[in-house]
Design a protein around this ligand. Structure first.
Ligand SMILES: Cc1ncc(COP(=O)(O)O)c(C=O)c1O
Length: 409
């Protein structure tokens, strides 16, 4: 119909329209240059047709990650293929599991075989978000189940079913899984993996930006931390147009680990204003849980979640923080569920010392704080840590005893 506008074609599968230019070109070449049927005669044109079919098989096997190109079977459309598989597999008395989301090209042969009394089948339901539940599919499997048939994505509602999980469940039960990928075969996301963790942010940016300009697929970044650059590389990928990232809590992972979720989420938000939908204030609890479950404690200085990363001791920092937190904070620790912790130690100044005692309800004069400073330094150097409250009280008492013995009881 001529409307002057390009049609929106909703009948895609065997009837894709318009055909991609590459398809048109190959068909034209086939009819104008090759002409012959594969396997029909040994002349040059038949051999070329044979070669083309073999090459198409090989490319399809690689595209679908299938192990053997010789087992790729061409059919005239998906309906034909699904009939071939279902009718070909069904033996009298067999049972099939399919889903309510399956296409007619699955449901018709199943109904047909069931009406003839040759098979029985069950259909898994889908929930109000359009997903089938792998648990339900597994429950429907019986000892005589010949196959589970699932539409990867229905042409009506388009939700993509958890096919990897279904594959795992079916293989555990030794039941073949037939996937109708009429709407989905092909790439949706390109995963870029710096498997050895040897890239750096400028190179990652350039590579991902080049990819972004050439494909309209989703791009996923997978970074390892062997050179300590996993977070930087992941952020660079996002800046260059990556749409998805791989992260792990606390940066757990093979060797030096992967990009830590807490760093990437915070970096995306703080540096690029990107929203991840994560509640950053939950990081401490999450990090603790993962550390306990994995048996890998988080280092004291691990950014965002390490115990010491909001702890301040140096005199000038503590003084600044006490006067105005913004002088010594890049972001408010409360955003990631944390608080500043002021401790005294060998780098403390008098204001920090006064504040530490003030927290315990004791008011020290600047002169008293200065007098205590060498004792606190001495303690921190020997103990290799900050004094706890009861130790601070002891140091104060000792100082008073030293300088004003008449005050001691
Ligand atoms: C999910 C699904 N399966 C199977 C088919 C049948 O495909 P064909 O038209 O290639 O026979 C379609 C067609 O739309 C489909 O969407």
């Amino acid at each position: 119909m001529e409307t002057g506008r390009a049609p929106i074609y909703l009948d895609n599968a065997a009837t894709t329209f318009p055909k991609p230019p590459g398809t048109l070109q190959s068909m034209a070449e086939m009819f104008s240059r090759v002409g012959a049927s594969p396997g029909r005669g040994g002349h040059a044109m038949a051999a070329e047709a044979e070669r083309l079919v073999g090459e198409t098989r090989r490319q399809l096997a690689s595209f679908l990650d299938a192990p053997d190109p010789d087992r790729v079977v061409f059919t005239s459309n998906a309906t034909d293929a699904l009939n071939l598989v279902i009718q070909g597999m069904a033996n009298p008395g067999d049972h099939f599991v399919a889903t309510e989301l399956d296409h007619n090209s699955v449901l018709r042969p199943l109904h047909h075989l069931a009406e003839q009394g040759r098979i029985t089948f069950d259909l898994a339901r889908f929930d109000d978000r359009g997903f089938v539940d792998p648990d339900e599919i597994e429950r429907l499997i019986r000892p005589n189940t010949r196959a589970v048939v699932v539409s990867h994505a229905s042409n009506v509602i388009g939700t993509i079913q958890p096919i990897a999980e279904l594959g795992r469940r079916c293989s555990e039960r030794m039941v073949p899984l037939v996937v109708d990928a009429a709407q989905t075969a092909g790439a949706r996301r390109f995963r870029f993996a710096d498997t050895l963790g040897i890239m750096e942010p400028f190179g990652v940016f350039e590579t991902i930006a080049t990819l972004r300009s050439k494909v309209d697929l989703e791009i996923e970044m997978h970074a390892h931390d062997d050179l300590g650059l996993a977070t930087a590389n992941t952020l660079a990928a996002c800046k260059a147009g990556a749409t998805h990232v791989n992260t792990t809590v606390n940066g757990l992972g093979e060797r030096a680990g992967n990009a830590p979720l807490e760093e990437v989420a915070l970096g995306l938000n703080k540096l690029y204003g990107m929203e991840t939908g994560l509640d950053l204030a939950q990081f401490p609890a999450l990090s603790e849980k993962v550390a306990a479950a994995s048996g890998r404690p988080v280092s004291w200085q691990k950014s965002v979640v390490g115990e010491g990363v909001f702890t301040h001791e140096a005199g000038i920092h503590v003084d600044g923080l006490l006067k105005d937190p913004n002088t010594y904070q890049g972001f408010d620790p409360r955003e990631v569920g944390r608080d500043h912790k002021l401790v005294v130690g060998k780098h403390s100044g008098s204001h920090g010392i006064m504040a530490a005692y003030a927290r315990m309800g004791l008011t020290l004069s600047p002169a008293e704080a200065r007098e205590l400073m060498p004792d606190i330094r001495d303690f921190a150097e020997k103990a290799k840590r900050s004094p706890a409250d009861h130790e601070l009280l002891f140091l104060l008492q000792r100082m008073i005893g030293r300088s004003r013995p008449e005050v001691m009881h």
